[in-house]
Design a binder for this molecule. Structure first.
Ligand code: N15
Length: 276
């Protein structure tokens, strides 16, 4: 789609596909090209109530500037008197966490392919000085070929979670020790989160899961990682996880080093596709 002004009447609106704070997401087709997109509708009135206009504008500009195969594209945005419309990339296979719930855990090949895709996306984001992309399974989508896309639902989705899903929103499972302690942090927090996701892809649950938040907090600070005997996971995969879940943030593998790790080299599909 070209860099030009867009209007709602240039789209045919299809079924409802998702929801975030301020807005619902619909399948849509650009009439002229037939191009399928995800159209997010945000009501301005809701933004005014929370004084989020400036915040949203900044987020939109960051997201719009990113162009990577593993980062969900924000193609364009436009508005009318009452609403803001975001023209987002459509991910045909939907949410990754639903696939994980259905399959319980992923094969090493599938997990390594997703971790490699995440590492590539993170390397790109860090190069562009974008950090803390709030990567957790709920924020990951899959396109038609099964390629992973980071869809940053960002603060908007989180605020909704506050109201509706206390438990999920309050999850600290994906946060690095320095983050849960409110210490200074940098892009290495994302490398930690990749270790958490790699573990969850292989076992089906995040490593520091506990009955309550405080127990998770304690386990994160102790880096209390346990590798269950079932499902069986290769020593190479455990080696990668152990090199990401490191308390000293400067010693965590960088996205580039992740891509050179033997487990990734041997298991990840270079195309990033996961059709089985
Ligand atoms: C700058 C920021 C504040 C706004 C820009 N980013 C977003 O709005 C992030 N966002 C992405 N919010 C919602 C979405 C979103 C995009 C949600 C769902 C989908 C999406 N693209 N494709 C989908 C999608 N495809 C599906 C297929 C099957 C079932 C559900 C599906 N959802």
């Amino acid at each position: 789609m070209a860099e030009e002004e867009w209007f709602l009447d240039e789209f045919e609106i299809g079924r409802f596909i998702g929801e975030g704070k301020f807005g619902k997401v619909y399948l849509a087709r650009e009439k002229q090209s037939g191009y399928i997109v995800a159209l997010k509708v945000i009501f301005k009135q809701k933004l005014e109530k929370y004084h989020f206009h400036e915040h949203l504008r900044r987020e939109i500009e960051i997201q719009h500037s990113l162009d990577h195969p593993n980062v969900l594209r924000l193609f364009a945005w436009f508005h009318d008197e009452t609403r803001i419309f975001l023209v987002l990339e459509y991910a045909a296979q939907g949410e990754l966490y639903k696939l994980l719930r259905n399959l319980h855990h992923f094969s090493e090949k599938r997990a390594a392919t997703y971790v490699a895709s995440l590492a590539k996306a993170l390397a790109y984001c860090h190069e562009n000085n974008v950090i803390h992309r709030d990567i957790k399974p709920e924020n990951l989508l899959l396109d038609f070929e099964g390629r992973l896309k980071i869809a940053d639902f960002g603060w908007a989705a989180q605020l909704q979670a506050h109201a509706k899903r206390q438990t999920m929103c309050g999850t600290i499972d994906y946060l690095a020790p320095e983050m849960v302690q409110n210490k200074e942090h940098d892009q290495t927090v994302d490398n930690w989160t990749l270790g958490i996701l790699c573990y969850e892809f292989l076992y089906g649950f995040p490593p520091f899961e506990a009955e309550d938040k405080y127990d998770t907090f304690k386990r994160i600070l102790k880096v209390d990682v346990v590798f269950p005997s079932s499902p069986p996971v290769s020593p190479e995969a455990k080696d990668l996880i152990s090199k990401l879940l490191v308390k000293d943030s400067s010693k965590r593998l960088s996205p580039q080093k992740i891509l050179e790790h033997p487990w990734i080299v041997q298991n990840a599909d270079p195309s990033g596709c996961t059709k089985e």
